[in-house]
Design a protein. Sequence first.
Length: 363
Amino acid sequence: MRIKFTNLYKLAPKKKYIISKINELIKNSKFVGGKEVKNFEKNFAKYVKSKYCISLGNGTDALEIAINSLNIKKESEIIVPVNTWISTAEAVVNNNYKLVFCDINSEDYTINLNDLKKKITKKTKAIIPVHLYGNPANIFGIKKIIKKKNINIIEDCAQAHGSKLKNKHVGTFGDAGTFSFFPGKNLGGFGDGGAIVTNSKKIAEYCLRCRGHGALKKYDHKFSGRNSRLDTIQAGVLNIKLKNYNNVIKKRNQLAKIYFEGLKNINDLELYKLSKNNKYSFHQFVIKTKRRDQLRSFLIKNKIDTMVHYPYMLNELKFFPKGSKLINSKNLGKKILSLPISEEHTKKEIYFVINKIKEFFKL
C-alpha cells in the first residue's frame, strides 16, 4: 500500500457532473465571464458571508490587487509573517511597498502578536495575516493592537477556505480577504483561480475594474489595470465542488482528530495547539521534530508520501529583507513535516501513518 500525499484525480468528486458542466460550457462557448462566473461569485460570497466576491485569475493576483485597492503611499510598510508561501511577500514587493517580516507562533505557525507590536512603525499601513495550513490567525488580537491606528488588514486565506474564528469565516474580518483555488487547495479548480472578498463597496469596485484592464465594460478604462479573470470552466467546476465543501471540511477534521489522538505524548514530536473558539479546515497537517529528515526518509521507505511547507523561511531568500528577531521561525524549515490528509484518505491509511511514526520513534 502506498499512501500518496494528494491524489488530484480522487479529489474531483462527482466527476460525471463536472464533465457534464464542462460540456455544457463548451457548447455555450462562453469561456470568459458570463453567468457561471457571476453565480460562483454570488455563491462564494454567500458561503463566507461577505457582501462582495470578485473572482480572479489566481491567488497571487488577489493579493496584489487587494493591496492596490487600499491606495496607500508607496513608501509605506506592510507586515507579513515570515513563514508563508512566497506570494504573500511577492505581492508587497511587486507593488513597490516596503516588506517587513514578522515572527510566527510556535504553537500554530500564524503571526506572532508580541513581535507584531515591535514591528509596527509610523510607516506601517497594512498587515497581511496568513491563515496558514487552515489555522486561523488571531485577528482579534491584531485588531486590538492596531486600534486607533490607520492600519489596514488583508487576510491571506489561500489555505483556509471555511476556517472560522468564533463562528465567523476568515477573510471577513479585515478590509479584504484573498483566496486561491489552485487545484491542490481544499476548494480547488481544474486549473488556476482566485478571489477577493470584502464588505467594502469601494474596494469591490476597484477590484472589479482592475481585473479587466481598469474597465467594467469594453473600452471604459478608468485606470491601468490588468487581465486577471476566472475562466468560466473553473467557475463551473468550483460551483459544483462548493456544494459539497462542508463535507470536505468535516472529513478532514475527522482525520485530523485521529492524528492528534494517535501522535500525542511522543517525545521529540510536536503537534500544533488548537483553540476551542476556532474552526479548522486542515489544508495541511503539520508536525515538528528535530529528526524530520530521518523520519521523512523512514516514511518514504514505507511508501508514505510527505511534504515540507516550507523548507525555508522567506527571509532566507536573498532578494527579500533579512528581518530581525525572528526567533520562533529560526530553523523551522528543518523541523516541520506535512503528513497526508485529504477527504479521500481513509481512516485505515491515517492509522497506518501513525503506526509507522510510532515505529520510527520506537514506541
